[in-house]
Design a protein around this ligand. Sequence first.
Ligand SMILES: Nc1ncnc2c1ncn2[C@@H]1O[C@H](COP(=O)(O)OP(=O)(O)OP(=O)(O)O)[C@@H](O)[C@H]1O
Length: 294
Amino acid sequence: MNHIRLENISKIYNASSTQAKSVMALLAEGMDSAAVKQQTGYSVGLYDINLDVKAGELHCIMGLSGSGKSTLIRHINRLIDPTSGKIWVDTSIDTQTTITDADEPAATQKPSAAINVLELNDQDLQHYRQQTVSMVFQHFGLVPHMTVMQNVAYGLRVRKMSTEERHEVARHWLNEVGLPNLEHSYPDELSGGMQQRVGLARALATDNPILLMDEAFSALDPLIRAQLQDQLLELQERLHKTIVFITHGIDEAVKVGQRISILNGGRLVQTGTPNDLRHNPADDYVAQFMRAKA
Ligand SMILES: Nc1ncnc2c1ncn2[C@@H]1O[C@H](COP(=O)(O)OP(=O)(O)OP(=O)(O)O)[C@@H](O)[C@H]1O
């Protein structure tokens, strides 16, 4: 079952629709984004991305710096609007009851009860962000003058949950990420790894079915990063969230991703399980990543 579908998504930064059309005509002829930038001056964020993310899967988006990973993930919660294309999200899915079969072929239809995120008005977009998608940021994004408890409970306050109830929920999630007894601390009293556990607890406390993780572990030391990867996998065994996880590291992608999508110059080169990519790489770019892994 698909949870998220990106359909023909292109993003040409800072271009009018006429300018974007001529840029996309060059891309359609096969010109790569570096040559397009040189010829037209416009940056290609993404070009003609078609991507299905299944309900309950941990889907990694991988690629070198500038390949379009952040641009892609920011479309899903509409921090960025595309130049063209559609973004479907099935808001009827409760991932906690959905078990994914990573080998199941992606359906060819759009998700069954899907909304086009691009058509949401301001109020519906706010509701979508509060009830459907949560984000974990690379640099944690915690509010410095709020305690750990207040940070984790923040998303629940806007839902008008009582103080007692939201503190109970926040305490539960702090416990789940291995941070009991720190609720009265402030972010700057914690290590980077601890701060990101708070970031994770904050995202999980909302109970939203989709989790967007933008290089969430990249700022951490290798040992701490490995611990957080293990913790994420352990939580995911029980929670079955739909997770879109951005990384520039193939090791991380292979460790945590059930499927991996590889971007190059704003184009989606291949989506597959780590085994698919290893045994049937779509091109040399993918093959090189997988060789670097072996
Ligand atoms: N706000 C912006 N204005 C203009 N160009 C942009 C903007 N944001 C990104 N780009 C360009 O779009 C392309 C994709 O950038 P993006 O940040 O999505 O890549 P990325 O894979 O996330 O890179 P990194 O790993 O370095 O974060 C790059 O060429 C980048 O320079």
